[in-house]
Design a protein around this ligand. Sequence first.
Ligand code: GUN
Ligand code: FE
Length: 434
Amino acid sequence: LQGYRGALLRFDAGGRPIHESDGLLVVRPPSPGQRCASIADVGDYATLRTRYPQLAVTHWPGKLIAPGFIDLHIHYPQTDIIGAPADGLLPWLENYTFPAERAFADFAHAQSVAQFFLDELLRQGVTTALVFSTSHPQSVDALFSAALARGLRLVTGKVLQDRHSPDGVRDATAQSLRDTQALIERWHNKARLGYAITPRFAPTSSPQQLEGAGALAARFPDTWIQSHVAENHDEVRWVQQLYPAARSYLDVYVRAGLVRERAIYAHCIHLDDEDRAEMRVRQAAAAVSPTSNLFLGSGFFDFAAAERTGMPWGLASDVGGGTSFSPFHTMLAAYYVGREGHTKQGLSLQPSQLWWHHTGAAARALGLEGVVGNLQVGAEADFVVLDPQATPLLARRTARAQSLEELLFALIVLGDDRVIAHTQIATPRTDAPD
Ligand code: GUN
Ligand code: FE
């Protein structure tokens, strides 16, 4: 066993924060046949220490040990187009996204971007992500291989887009489904990896491709599903024209069998309460991407409506529509959207609530509660060590924090990658870290 001592942040089953100012995390190394280290015990240092008199302890005085962040929606091929300006989603896809993604037909290019991307996630304290690759199967192989070498829990899939897409990214219906099945068989549940069936969004998939994706989702029920829905008004109108029989945009996916447990839909901005209830009943979740929604001018996610209707949601960067890999930036943007968004009086999301939706609630949305996203006994030992004194301003502000909520708020408002003193992954790397 190995102990880690410092302040601790974790959550109870209701998402309420538990804070130990002097805590101990006890980690059990992987036993033969197990794939990674797990949390054996967690709690107050003085109480726990007597139970483990022989324990070797790494002490991080003044630091905060917290669950690794989970990014519920991010595009690794868009790492290189962050901050590309456009007049909204559809021109941005056409002018920047599709040309950038075309380059992932080249495996060596995909490999080099995958390496950078994973290094950046870890540098920012993100230990698990649900990731879009591109329509090229080799882009999926590149990311999974790199994640396997780093021992990460990561989910990705080949993008399905057989229409309204330019040459070089457009796939062919039957072949795209065969490729998806082959990738599921190659990668799903290998080590800590998982496969996500990934129709880009309704406008770029034929009804046949969506139906085929739904059939695979039924045949492989523990795979994930990821797509986009109701991000932008022009997109919503386009879907109405393409799928006139559907009650709503979300209903296109419902009819194809793509709204189920482990299905994560990015954005969910322009939904109605019937859609939200459908998401709740089918146990699908929204990946809320506020930096992307602000950057592309897509709209404001309605947090109050999500809470009212019980639609599950978690936070996501949506890089490269999103402007930052940093969970702190994402949480701050979510706070702004809550203040400015749908409710007349403005909604003040609590810092601990934002944090929960970027960790434990995101894990729950993925069907991985108790596995990642929280510091609890039995969970995989992915965690981050945060430095509340990372900058002069942070040191000054956090020293004056009167409560846990004030401390977390200071980190959210002032924090970035400099706060991440260390990112610990439960599985040792098998490649040589550079
Ligand atoms: N809708 C379809 N494709 C995309 C994409 O790559 N990014 C975002 N934000 N929305 C999309
Ligand atoms: Fe996206």
